[in-house]
Design a protein around this ligand. Structure first.
Ligand code: NDP
Ligand code: OXD
Length: 308
């Protein structure tokens, strides 16, 4: 029986060492040194081309190296191996840091100070207390909840919106389409941490921006497909939105001539908000693998019908 790793090459050695130390009973292989493919029972992968997957005839569990699984065609993955998305504390920590940085940057007008500096303009803006600002998260899953917990000590009024109802202490939670406008009306800063599905594609669009308080701002750390880029530029230029921090885009990277590159109210980062960290991710995957061996339910099973 073997575990095959086919993901980030730079992290492969750290994964291998973790398994050697903590699971000497398992053979850990790094692609392309896969050994006998019929012996592979567990796969850790970012991408899984259908022909490659078909060659793993005894595969039991496919551990996605990413939290989002929108980049693979789930209908092309045979139903047999269970598909698990990445849930691990390192990934949640980095996401919480990135979003906290972004919320504080918007709250303290950093985009405007960067633009002022470029014009050698020394001009102060009023400081607004955190308690006078509302911050809302779309998608109250593992990452959305981690982000809200990290933001709590700053004193913002916290909101959350999700498909199913959640109860999170200190957060006003809204659920479902019918509550979306009420939620948006309460968000000076809107953070997208939804998975990309048919239901959520383009959710950051004209209708959503119009429902935010005038001068609101957005942070997109979900996927580029969540954002209608043209609608964003219009909302920024027209003043409905005051700023946007975007870690994801569609396509990635953006074309050289895309207006977002040098829009003064936009800060772009190249899909670096977070990623799985070898040490903590290897521990989380091994714990899940042991659950599977004991016949217990796995954490983070992807529901192929829902797409996340
Ligand atoms: P989870 O699956 O834990 O959470 C997703 C949440 O979104 C769930 O609470 C779900 O609600 C909710 N949701 C799904 N569809 C809808 C909908 N149509 N309307 C309202 N709520 C909905 O995912 P994670 O928190 O682990 O990750 C979220 C996303 O973050 C990933 O899919 C990925 O796109 C992105 N990501 C980005 C990274 C980056 O570096 N930029 C890094 C890692 C992840 P319910 O439970 O009720 O179904
Ligand atoms: C992820 C990502 O989904 O890195 O894990 O975007």
């Amino acid at each position: 029986m073997s575990v095959l790793y086919r993901s980030e090459a730079a992290q492969a050695e750290a994964w291998s060492q973790y398994f050697a130390e903590h699971a000497p009973d398992l053979t850990f292989r790094i692609w392309p040194d896969a050994g006998d493919l019929a012996e592979v029972e567990y796969l850790i992968a970012w991408q899984w081309p259908p022909a490659f997957l078909a060659s793993l005839t005894n595969l039991k569990v496919l551990f996605s190296a990413s939290a989002g699984v929108d980049h693979v065609d789930l209908s092309a993955a045979p139903a047999r191996p269970q598909l698990v998305r990445m849930i691990e504390p390192g990934l949640a920590d980095s996401m919480s840091e990135y979003v906290t940085m972004s919320v504080l940057a918007l709250h303290r007008d950093l985009l405007r100070y960067i633009a002022n500096q470029a014009e050698r303009r020394w001009a102060s803006l009023p400081i607004r207390p955190a308690g006078g600002r509302s911050v809302g998260v779309m998608g109250l899953g593992v990452l959305g909840q981690a982000v809200l917990a990290r933001l709590a000590p700053f004193g913002f009024r916290l909101r959350g919106w999700n498909r199913s109802q959640r109860a999170i202490p200190g957060v006003d939670c809204y659920a479902g389409e019918e509550a979306l406008n009420a939620f948006l009306g309460q968000c000076d800063v809107l953070i997208c941490l939804l998975p990309l599905t048919d239901d959520t594609r383009g959710v950051l669009g004209r209708r959503t921006f119009a429902a935010l308080p005038r001068g609101g701002a957005i942070i997109n750390v979900g996927r580029g497909g969540h954002l209608d880029q043209q609608a964003l530029i219009e909302a920024l230029d027209e003043g409905q939105l005051s700023g946007a921090i975007l870690d994801v885009a569609d396509p990635e990277p953006l074309p050289d001539d895309d207006r977002l590159w040098n829009h003064p109210k936009v800060l772009l980062t190249p899909h670096v908000a977070s990623m799985a960290h070898a040490q903590t991710a290897a521990r989380a995957v091994l714990e899940n693998l042991r659950r599977h061996q004991r016949g217990e339910p796995l954490h983070g099973l992807v529901d192929r019908r829902k797409g996340y």
